[in-house]
Design a protein around this ligand. Structure first.
Ligand code: HGY
Ligand code: MN
Ligand code: MN
Length: 428
């Protein structure tokens, strides 16, 4: 790596990062079944508002220039040595969580980015490019589909009015909820193009821990296909209806769920398939279900393979509808092709981690991230830290404090290199 790193010894204030992570984790805190410290802040709820307010207060403490856009993305900027704010080196992630979330998913990338900028300011370093940190709205997609909604709108991938009209699992719309919590900002979407984007994130999987490695240099994000399947059968009496005369939407839903799992196992890794939600109507012990709604999440690192899995599911559903005399329809909730990160950014992350003495490996991301949307605008990359037991989207989610701090220091050094070097991305 030819970039000179004049501030290689600079470090973030690790204790402050851990304190802030703890403070943010208190908002929406809940105890898991074994007392694990979980975090539940579904997008655009009161808990999300409180989390946003806390992080914005951290940003204001540092005197950063705050930009809140019309989809509620918040971006805080430290101007460059000439007072300019255009084309910053941007760190970011999200602070919304799934309903049964943990303390680090998303939160780490935002608070580590803030710590990195704070360390640069404390050292009195005037940077060639502005530094910035952002959190994006509704990354999880657990309440409103699709996921990565805020960064998708920021990158110009979805018109704002379409995003405002999205109705969540509880019937509320994005636009109404954004206005209700006071985060429908005045800054325009799509947002200004950064010079580069770097996201620190917990791996949320078992790979780094199993390999005994400290840091992942992420090569890209796998493709994501979310759909809602509706099955319409015929409700009938559970006691009087002979099995041969049934049009049982509940049974058909169970067959789809079983097929999704068997398909993913047949196709083999990295194919994954998940049915996360099944609701039956009327949902009564003695009534054959009239309708069933279920969600299907299919993912693969290769677009063709993902399309094949979708086609296999479509064919299965058509046969099943015929066999059971039910109607089966599908509605897409999210569909993103795999994304490859900038090779020079991957190399920079890898070499910076190694300069800080960390063992690394290159790896794709199984989870979706805002970085995959920002990669549409500028060179983007991700840094992974290990997840203990590979657990995430679960109150037991945990990453060791020294891994959190190491990741943040690598983020700091990558941001500084990008902010100081003449050619932005030094040739590998
Ligand atoms: O679903 C995902 O991969 C992310 O957590 N939104
Ligand atoms: Mn995340
Ligand atoms: Mn997540």
């Amino acid at each position: 790596m030819s970039a000179d790193l004049p501030h290689l010894a600079l470090r973030i204030d690790g204790a402050r990062l851990l304190d802030r992570l703890q403070a943010l984790a208190q908002i929406g805190a809940y105890q898991g079944p074994n007392g694990e410290p979980g975090c539940s802040r579904l997008a655009l709820t009161d808990a999300d508002r409180a989390g946003r307010d806390l992080v914005v207060s951290f940003m204001r403490e540092q005197g950063l220039q705050i930009r809140i856009d019309a989809i509620g993305n918040v971006l805080a900027i430290r101007p460059d040595h000439r007072g300019r704010v255009e084309q910053p080196v941007l760190a970011g992630s999200h602070i919304d969580t799934v309903r049964t979330g943990g303390r680090y998913d998303g939160n780490l990338g935002v608070l580590a980015g803030l710590s990195a900028i704070e360390a640069v300011a404390r050292a009195g370093i005037a940077t060639r490019r502005p530094l910035a940190v952002a959190f994006f709205t509704n990354e999880e997609g657990a309440r409103f589909s699709p996921d990565m909604l805020g960064s998708l709108v920021y990158a110009g991938g979805l018109p704002l009015d379409e995003a405002y009209g999205i109705r969540g699992i509880d019937g509320a719309t994005v636009g109404d909820e954004l206005r209700r919590i006071g985060y429908a900002g005045s800054a325009a979407c799509p947002g200004p193009v950064p010079a580069a984007y770097v996201e620190l994130h917990i791996e949320q999987g078992p790979v780094l821990e199993a390999a005994g490695l400290r840091i992942g240099a992420v090569t890209g994000v796998q493709g994501i296909s979310w759909q809602e399947i509706t099955i319409t059968g015929q409700s009938n009496h559970a006691g009087t209806t002979p099995m041969a005369l049934r049009h049982d939407a509940g049974y058909a839903a169970a067959r789809v769920a079983t097929f999704v799992r068997e398909l993913a196992c047949e196709l083999g890794p990295p194919q994954v398939g998940t049915v996360g939600q099944i609701t039956l109507f009327p949902g009564l012990v003695n009534v054959i279900p009239a309708t069933a709604k279920l969600t299907v999440d299919l993912r693969h690192t290769d677009e063709q393979s993902l399309q094949q899995a979708e086609a296999r599911l479509r064919e299965f559903a058509a046969r099943l509808a015929q066999q059971e005399g039910v109607q089966i329809t599908s509605r897409s909730l999210a569909r993103f092709a795999p994304v490859a990160f900038d090779p020079q950014m991957i190399a920079l992350i890898e070499s910076t981690a190694q300069r800080l003495g960390a063992s690394t490996q290159r790896m794709p991301s199984g989870a979706g991230h805002d970085a995959q949307m920002m990669a549409r605008l500028c060179p983007a990359g991700m840094i992974f830290t290990p997840s203990q037991r590979g657990i995430s989207h679960n109150p037991a989610e945990c990453t060791a404090p020294d891994d959190l701090i190491l990741g943040a220091n690598i983020l700091l050094q990558v941001m500084l290199t990008l902010a100081q070097s003449e050619a932005l991305l030094p040739s590998p």
